[in-house]
Design a protein. Structure first.
Length: 267
C-alpha cells in the first residue's frame, strides 16, 4: 500500500525538525532586550495566524505586500542566524546567504531552487524564534505555541485558513525573485508559520537548556506519522506535530523531576 504523501512532504517535515535543533543556547540570552520582556510577546505565534486570515483576502494586495516583506527581510534574518543565532554560527557563514539567494533566484521552480529558498526561509525563522524567546517568558511562550497549533487546526478543519493560505502561496514579487512567504517543494507547500513555530520551539528549548536533538527527532517522527491523515484530508495543520513534540518535552521533563525527587531507599 502506498503512502498518502511523497518524499517532498518528508523533506518539509525534516526541515521543521532541523529548525527545532538549530537555535543556539547562548543566543537567546540577550541582556539588551531585557527591558522589552513581556508575557504579551507569547501571543505572537497565535496572532500571526489570525492576522493572516483576516488580512489576506481576495481583492486586496496584502498577499503581495507580505511576499515583498518576506523578500526583503528573509536574507538579512538568515544571515543573522548563520552568523549568530544557530548552533555552529560564525560571522563568516553569514556570507553564505549570497550564493543561497542566487541559487534560489536562478533555479526558481526547480527542486534545487526550492531547497535553497527553504533553507533561507528556515534560517530567517531561526532568528525570529531566538528573538521571540529572548523577550517572552518561556513558560508563556510554550503555551503560545500550543495556542497557535490549536487555532491552526481549527481554521484548517473548518476550511477557513485555506483561502488566505492559497492567496499567500500564489502571491508574487517580480522578475522571478524567490518567494519566502511559504515553503514550496516540487508541489508540496508548507506555510511560513509552520517553519516559524518549529524554530520558536527550538529557541524555547535552547533557553531552557533542554536537549533539542531528541525533540527534533520527535518532531520528525510525529510529523511523518501525522502525514497519514492525508488519506482523509487534503490539508493538514503542520503546526500540530510541533505542539505534540512540545508535549513530549513536557512529559520527559516531568519524568526527570520525578526521578530527582524520588526518595532514596532506606539503608
Amino acid at each position: 500500500m502506498s503512502l498518502p504523501f511523497d518524499w517532498t512532504y518528508v523533506v518539509l517535515v525534516l526541515a521543521q525538525a532541523v529548525l527545532v535543533a538549530l537555535p543556539r543556547t547562548g543566543a537567546v540570552e540577550l541582556p539588551w532586550l531585557a527591558r522589552l520582556r513581556s508575557r504579551w510577546w507569547a501571543l505572537v505565534p497565535f496572532a500571526s495566524i489570525v492576522a493572516v486570515v483576516i488580512a489576506v483576502q481576495p481583492g486586496t494586495l496584502t498577499g503581495e505586500r507580505l511576499a515583498w516583506l518576506a523578500l526583503f527581510t528573509t536574507p538579512p534574518l538568515a544571515a543573522l542566524a548563520l552568523g549568530w543565532g544557530m548552533r555552529g554560527a560564525r560571522p563568516l557563514l553569514a556570507l553564505l546567504v549570497v550564493p543561497f539567494f542566487a541559487v534560489a533566484w536562478a533555479e526558481g521552480g526547480t527542486v534545487v531552487g526550492d531547497l535553497a529558498t527553504l533553507a533561507l526561509s528556515g534560517l530567517g525563522c531561526v532568528t525570529l524564534g531566538v528573538l521571540l524567546a529572548a523577550v517572552a517568558p518561556v513558560s508563556w511562550l510554550r503555551w503560545g505555541i500550543v495556542a497557535m497549533a490549536v487555532i491552526d487546526a481549527i481554521l484548517v478543519l473548518s476550511q477557513n485558513l485555506q483561502p488566505a493560505a492559497h492567496l499567500l502561496d500564489i502571491a508574487g514579487t517580480a522578475g522571478g525573485l524567490p518567494q519566502f512567504q511559504r515553503a514550496s517543494l516540487a508541489g508540496s507547500t508548507m506555510g511560513y508559520g509552520d517553519l516559524f513555530i518549529a524554530a520558536t520551539l527550538g529557541a524555547v528549548l535552547a533557553r531552557q537548556a533542554r536537549p533539542q536533538g531528541r525533540i527534533a527527532l520527535a518532531t520528525a517522527v510525529i510529523g511523518v506519522a501525522f502525514g497519514l491523515l492525508f488519506w482523509t484530508l487534503d490539508t493538514l495543520p503542520a503546526t500540530v506535530p510541533v505542539a505534540l513534540a512540545l508535549g513530549v518535552d513536557s512529559l520527559l521533563a516531568l519524568r526527570r523531576r520525578r526521578l530527582y525527587t524520588r526518595p532514596a531507599p532506606a539503608g
